[in-house]
Ligand binder design. Sequence first.
Ligand code: HAM
Length: 418
Amino acid sequence: MIKKPRGTEDILPNDSKIWRLIENTAHEICAKYGYKEIRTPVFEDTSLFSRGVGDTTDVVQKEMYTFNDKGGRSITLRPEGTASLVRSYIENSLYANPQPTKLYYLISCYRYEKPQSGRLREFHQFGLECFGSDSSATDAEIITLAFDFFKTLGVKDLSLNLNSIGCEKCKPKYNEELKKYFSSHIDKLCDTCKDRLEKNPMRIIDCKSPVCQEVCADAPRMIDYLCEDCDSHFNQLTSYLDKLNIKYAIDPNIVRGLDYYTKTVFEITSDALGAQSTVCGGGRYNGLVEELGGKPTPGIGFAMGIERLILILKSQGIELGESLGPNIFVASIGDNASLTAQKLVYDLRNKGLWAERDLCDRSVKAQMKYANKLGACYSIVIGDDEVLNNKASLKNMGTGEETVVELSCDSIYNIIKK
Ligand code: HAM
């Protein structure tokens, strides 16, 4: 038997209703905040991610699904959404609209990671990006949106962790300090981090190797090297969050796994998730639009993992989506009644009801057993007599009560809809 690829999941009908509810909630919340949906291709030119996400990140160095297409172009399945949105923002001149441009997306992403609970090779994100505002009010707004979304779904006990990783003015000085620090501990670093020391020392702080993490514990912290602009931006953000009553912790170790970030970075975590505790991550990227060929434009966004969100919902016992059965099951005996049943089911569906009939040549007894299994609210049995008299008995499956009705869509509909 051929099995699904490692690190992927089938979303079966029982779960797909949870997915739809999450997606609908995302659409509703985004509409309230003025975010518009955007859809971009599943694959992009590889250079979009090596330039956008950064070629010293784990995502680019180790995790991308990259291949040459038949035309010899290097193509990559998107490992995340931000770089694609920046490309689309530039390519479609979305900067010509009144700014800021607020966009959201529900996408699948692909990363060649070691699969475990909450870590997949194909996973899904609800994310958003806001282009054209450097105001910390925007940082506060997207964090509020994320919490509004979680609250609507009933998710509890989340923690917001914040940091600022500076800008092109203050980062170079900090990087020099980091280089000095890590050079004095170079023997203890893993090979990848030894390589990162010259190119991008901040990446070392994000290394998952326990030895590197031990070295990082005493490394200089970016938050102590912020320039005046970054410092006041960060302080304004915390004032907004205080005013909005959103609790947060400042965590100087958050650097995020992608290279484009500047100023604010944040992660929302849940203890329910275990090792992969981050359900939502995001931050500012004020240099990325320019890096990818656009005019200097500030940007900020976040993305949350839908599979991780579902793990939290399940562990907190949050039931989403009712599993009601059909409004009515129409059973039939004989060919003539079968024609009537087919037409009745068709008419009831046109009225917006979920109507079912037997499609497997079952006996009438087996049809009723099937109606019960489906959880039908009403049932009706049609035989030759019922067709002849144009009357049948409509049964409420919950109470057992039976009502004789005219065998017409309207009279059945009027009772069911009461
Ligand atoms: P990220 O932290 O790489 O950020 O991913 C965001 C979220 O996607 C994570 O917090 C996690 O919930 C989920 N996620 C990531 N990798 C996996 C995986 N292998 N399996 C399951 N879930 C996963 C970004 O992707 C940025 N683009 C976020 C952003 C938007 N920053 C600014 N704008």
